[in-house]
Write a protein that binds this ligand. Structure first.
Ligand code: C2E
Ligand code: CA
Ligand code: CA
Length: 815
C-alpha cells in the first residue's frame, strides 16, 4: 500500500533537505575555519613562548658571559694567574650569589682539573660541559635538574695571556622564568617526566618541579586533573592543550628543556585564553544560530509559498473528477485559484482542463446525437418513418410477455402488396418509394392509434393489434385494410391499382416466440397470395405443413430435373365434328423415387413462382420440340403440342431467346407449339404479357387460355390479346349434363368465342353425352378421358400408328 503525500510537502521536504545540507556544510566550514583560527592562535602562542624562551635564555647567557669576562678582567689587577682568579671568585662569591643569582662556581685549570669550587661536589654532567668548552674554546649552556633545575654555564677564560681555564657557573632558573612570565603573561612551571616515552605518557603523570609557590602548585594540580587522561606529553608539545577550569579557559604549552635517559624536564606555559576562547565559542554559537534562523525562515517561506501552490493544485484535483462524472456545468463554475503575479504551469493546466471540458462536452453531445441517430436507424425505417423490424421484435416481444395472466390476445398481421414488384420494375424506384410512403400512411390511418405498424422490409408491413377483443374485430380491420387499397393510388399524377394480401395469426400464449408468430403470419399471407391475393387468411397448421412440404418438394424437384425423373404424358385433342386429331396437350409427370408417380397438382402450385418452375418449364418446351421431331420421324407430320406455361415463365426475360434458339435448333417454326396460359397469368401483368405474347406470336407460336371461366377475366378483355384458342374449364363441362345453367353458359361462351374469331376447346370431356352436346353447340375441339387419357410419351409412339387412322383418333368418327 502506498501512502499519499501532497506535492507541496514533497517539494518542501526536498528543499528543506537541500537547505539543511547546504547550511550544514556552510556552518561546518565556518566552524572549521574558526577552529583553525583558534588553533593558529594557540600555535602563535606556542611559537611565541618558544621564541621568548630562546631570547631570554640567550640574553641571560650573554649577560653572564659578559659579566664574568668583565669580572675576570678586573680581577687581573690583583694578579694575573689562576690562583688570583680563584681567590677573587671565592671572595666575591657572596656578592655573585646575591646579585647574580649564582648558585655555585667551579673553576678548572688548563689541565681540566678542578681548581676551585664553591660546593663540595661536582655535578656529573658538568665534566662533559667543561671538556667541550676546552675543546671548542666556546662557552656552553645547559639546564640540569638535580633535583632542582638550574642553568649551567661553562665559560673559557684566558689567564695570563697564555693559560686557558674554564669557569663553570650554576644559575637558578628563577630569573628566566620571571622574565618569561613578564614577556608571555603566562604562568610558568617546570615539570618532570620519568623516562623518554613522550608519545605514551599522559601529561597528568608529570611531576611539578620546584621552585614553585604553594598556591600556584595547588592551582596547577587542580588544572591538570581536568585534562583528559589520554592526552600525552607529545600532544601537548606539538599542539598544546586547552583546559577549562572555574569558568576560565587555559592553554597549556610545553617546551622540553632537559632530556636524559632517566627523565625529561619541560617548561610548561599556562596561558589564560578565557577571553579569546569565549569569543571563539560566542562566534560559533552565532554561526549556528544564524544557520538555524536561515533554515527556519526558508522553511516558513517555502511553506507559505507552497501552501498556495498546494491549494491551487488541490483545486484542479477536485475539479477533474467532475469531467469523469460529466458534470460539465459544475466544472465550468468551479473557481480556480490563479497565481498572484506571473502565470505558471498550474495556470496552463487549468486552461488545458477548461479546454478539455469544452472538448469533452461537445464530444459527448456529438455522441448523444449519433446515438440517437443510430437508434433511429436501428429502430426506424428511414423511408416511411415507421418502426422497423428491430423495433417490431422489441415491441412484439413485450406485447407477448404482457399476455401472461391476462385474458387477452395479440394479433399479428403480415401485409404484402400483390405485384408491387411490377411498379418498381416498370416505373422506377422513386415511384416505388412514393408508393410505399403512401401505403404506410394508409395503413396507419386505417388501424387504431394504439395499434402498431412497422415496415418489415420491401413492400411488407406488419401490424400488431393488441386491443382487439375478438377475432372478428381483427378480421374487420384486415378487411378495412384490403378495401382501403381498392382505392387507386395516385403518384405523380399516375394511378396505380394494387391489392394486398394479408396473413393473420392470433395468440394468447405468452410463451410464443416473436419469430414464430411473424413466420406464421407470413405463411398465412402467402396462402392469401396463392388464393389470388387481395384477401386475408388466418394461419392454421396445414399452412405450416404446406410450407414444409413446399420446401421439400422444391429440393426434390431440383434433383428430379437433373436426374430426368420427369416426363410428359400427352393427351389428344380432336376435332369434335370429324374426330380428327388436332394435337396433344403435354402434361407433366414426376416419377418420384420413393413416392412413385406424383400428379402435377401436388407440385406445380407449390413450385409456382420459384426458380424451379422456370427450369421445369424450359425442360417442357424443349421436350415438346423433341416430341414433334420424334413424331415426324414416325411419319406423323404437322402435329401440334400444347404446353402449359406458368406465369413466372412467361415473364422470364430468357423465354424469347430460349424459344428462338429452339426454333433454330429444331429447324421449325412456332406454329406447331401452342402455349397455354391461365386467365390469372394473363391478367397479372397485362402490359408485359401483351408485348411478350405478340413477340412470340411473330415467331409463329399460338396461344390458348386455359381453365377459362374459373378466373375473373372477361372475354372482352381477352379480345385485345393475340389469343387463338379458349379452353373451357372442365368444371363447366362436367356440370353440363346435370345443370341447365351450365349448359347455357357453355353454349353462350362458345358462341361468343367464335364471334371473337377464336377457337374453343372443351376440357374434361368424360362422356359421350357431353361430347354430343358439345357437337350440337358447334364446339370445335374436345379433350378428355372419353377421347383419351393422357398417354405417357414412352408409350405414345407405339400407340400412335394403331390409334390414328387417316388422321382420325381411335374411331372417333363413329361417335
Ligand atoms: P390442365 O392444364 O387443366 O390440364 C388438364 C388436366 O385435366 C390434366 O390433369 C388432365 O389429366 C386432366 N384431364 C383431362 N381429361 C380429363 C377428364 O376427362 N376428366 C378429368 N377429371 N380430368 C381430365 P393433370 O395432368 O393432373 O394436370 C393438372 C394440371 O397441372 C394441369 O391442368 C396444368 O394446369 C398443370 N400442368 C400439367 N403439366 C404442366 C406443365 O408441363 N406445365 C405447367 N405449367 N403446368 C402443368
Ligand atoms: Ca392445360
Ligand atoms: Ca385446363
Amino acid at each position: 500500500m502506498k501512502f499519499s503525500l501532497s506535492l507541496p510537502w514533497k517539494i518542501l521536504g526536498l528543499l528543506s533537505g537541500f537547505f539543511l545540507l547546504v547550511s550544514a556544510l556552510i556552518t561546518n566550514s565556518w566552524i572549521n575555519k574558526n577552529d583553525q583560527d583558534f588553533l593558529n592562535l594557540q600555535k602563535q602562542l606556542r611559537n611565541q613562548d618558544q621564541r621568548q624562551l630562546q631570547v631570554i635564555d640567550e640574553l641571560l647567557r650573554n649577560r653572564i658571559e659578559a659579566w664574568f669576562e668583565a669580572f675576570v678582567h678586573f680581577q687581573k689587577n690583583y694578579g694575573n694567574n689562576i690562583e688570583a682568579t680563584a681567590f677573587f671568585l671565592e671572595n666575591e662569591f657572596d656578592f655573585l650569589q646575591l646579585h647574580w643569582q649564582i648558585n655555585n662556581i667551579w673553576l678548572f685549570d688548563n689541565q681540566k682539573k678542578l681548581y676551585f669550587s664553591s660546593s663540595a661536589s661536582i655535578p656529573d654532567e658538568l665534566q662533559s660541559d667543561v671538556i667541550q668548552t676546552f675543546k671548542q674554546q666556546r662557552s656552553q649552556t645547559n639546564v640540569r635538574c638535580n633535583p632542582v633545575c638550574e642553568q649551567f654555564f661553562s665559560i673559557p677564560l684566558l689567564i695570563d695571556q697564555k693559560e686557558i681555564a674554564v669557569l663553570a657557573v650554576s644559575n637558578s632558573l628563577q630569573e628566566t622564568l620571571a622574565s618569561l612570565n613578564q614577556a608571555t603573561h603566562a604562568d610558568m612551571v617546570i615539570m618532570k617526566m620519568s623516562g623518554k616515552q613522550w608519545a605514551t605518557t599522559p601529561i597528568k603523570e608529570l611531576d611539578i618541579q620546584p621552585p614553585i609557590a604553594a598556591s600556584q602548585k595547588l592551582f596547577i594540580i587542580d588544572l591538570f586533573n581536568k585534562i583528559n587522561a589520554n592526552i600525552s606529553v607529545e600532544n601537548v608539545i606539538h599542539q598544546g592543550v586547552r583546559v577549562g577550569n572555574n569558568q576560565h579557559t587555559y592553554l597549556i604549552n610545553m617546551l622540553p628543556i632537559r632530556a636524559s635517559e632517566q627523565s625529561s624536564h619541560f617548561l610548561t606555559f599556562i596561558h589564560d585564553i578565557t577571553e579569546s576562547s569565549q569569543l571563539h565559542t560566542d562566534f560559533q554559537a552565532k554561526i549556528i544560530w544564524v544557520s538555524i534562523t536561515v533554515i527556519s525562515l526558508s522553511f516558513l517561506a517555502f511553506f507559505v509559498l507552497t501552501q498556495r501552490l498546494q491549494r491551487r493544485l488541490l483545486s484542479i484535483t477536485r475539479s477533474l473528477p467532475l469531467l469523469a462524472e460529466k458534470r460539465y456545468d459544475d466544472f465550468q463554475h468551479h473557481q480556480y485559484i490563479s497565481s498572484y503575479f506571473f502565470t505558471d504551469e498550474i495556470d496552463n493546466l487549468q486552461e488545458s482542463a477548461t479546454l478539455l471540458c469544452h472538448e469533452l462536452e461537445s464530444l459527448d453531445r456529438q455522441i448523444e446525437r449519433n446515438t440517437r441517430e443510430l437508434e433511429n436507424i436501428a429502430m426506424y425505417d428511414q423511408l416511411c418513418g415507421l418502426p422497423n423490424r428491430n423495433m417490431l421484435n422489441h415491441r412484439l416481444k413485450k406485447s407477448i410477455l404482457a399476455l401472461a395472466g391476462e385474458a387477452r390476445q395479440v394479433a399479428v398481421m403480415f401485409l404484402d402488396f400483390d405485384n408491387f414488384r411490377k411498379i418498381n420494375d416498370s416505373h422506377g424506384h422513386n415511384i416505388g418509394d412514393s408508393f410505399l410512403m403512401e401505403a404506410a400512411r394508409r395503413i396507419k390511418e386505417t388501424i387504431n392509434k394504439s395499434d402498431f405498424v412497422c415496415r418489415f422490409g420491401g413492400d411488407e408491413f406488419v401490424v400488431v393489434l393488441e386491443d382487439q377483443e375478438s377475432l372478428d374485430d381483427v378480421m374487420l380491420i384486415a378487411e378495412r385494410l384490403i378495401n382501403r387499397f381498392h382505392q387507386p393510388m395516385v403518384i405523380v399524377g399516375q394511378r396505380f391499382y394494387v391489392t394486398t394480401s394479408i396473413g393473420i395469426v392470433v395468440t394468447n400464449n405468452p410463451l410464443d416466440q416473436v419469430e414464430d408468430l411473424i413466420r406464421q403470419a407470413d405463411m398465412a399471407m402467402y396462402t392469401s397470395k396463392d388464393r389470388g391475393g387481395d384477401r386475408y387468411s388466418l394461419f392454421n397448421h396445414e399452412m405450416y405443413q404446406r410450407v414444409i412440404g413446399r420446401v421439400q418438394i422444391e429440393d426434390e424437384m431440383r434433383e428430379a430435373i437433373e436426374n430426368e425423373d420427369i416426363s410428359f404424358a400427352l393427351q389428344p385433342q380432336i376435332e369434335i365434328s370429324t374426330g380428327k386429331l388436332v394435337g396433344f396437350e403435354a402434361l407433366i409427370r414426376w416419377h418420384h423415387p420413393d413416392k412413385g408417380l406424383v400428379p402435377p397438382d401436388e407440385f406445380i402450385p407449390i413450385l409456382e413462382n420459384s426458380e424451379n418452375m422456370i427450369q421445369l418449364g424450359y425442360w417442357g418446351l424443349r421436350r415438346a420440340f423433341i416430341i414433334l421431331s420424334k413424331m415426324e420421324q414416325l411419319g406423323f407430320k404437322h402435329q401440334r403440342v400444347a404446353v402449359n406455361l406458368s406465369a413466372v415463365q412467361l415473364l422470364d426475360p430468357n423465354l424469347l431467346p430460349f424459344l428462338k434458339q429452339l426454333l433454330i435448333d429444331f429447324n421449325r417454326d412456332g406454329s406447331q407449339i401452342e402455349l397455354e396460359l391461365t386467365e390469372r397469368t394473363v391478367v397479372a401483368d397485362i402490359e408485359n404479357t401483351l408485348t411478350i405474347m405478340s413477340d412470340l406470336r411473330k415467331l409463329g407460336f399460338t396461344f390458348s387460355i386455359d381453365d377459362f371461366g374459373t378466373g375473373y377475366s372477361s372475354l372482352a378483355y381477352l379480345k385485345q390479346m393475340p389469343v387463338d384458342i379458349i379452353k373451357i374449364d372442365r368444371s363447366f363441362i362436367s356440370g353440363m349434363t346435370d345443370r341447365q345453367a351450365d349448359r347455357q353458359i357453355v353454349s353462350s361462351i362458345i358462341a361468343m368465342i367464335q364471334k371473337l374469331g377464336m377457337k374453343v376447346v372443351a376440357e374434361g370431356v368424360e362422356t359421350l353425352t357431353q361430347l354430343n352436346m358439345l357437337k350440337e353447340m358447334n364446339c370445335e375441339i374436345g379433350q378428355g378421358y372419353f377421347i383419351a387419357k393422357p398417354i405417357m410419351e414412352t408409350e405414345l409412339y407405339d400407340l400412335m400408328p394403331d390409334m390414328l387412322k387417316n388422321g382420325i383418333w381411335d374411331n372417333m368418327d363413329k361417335v
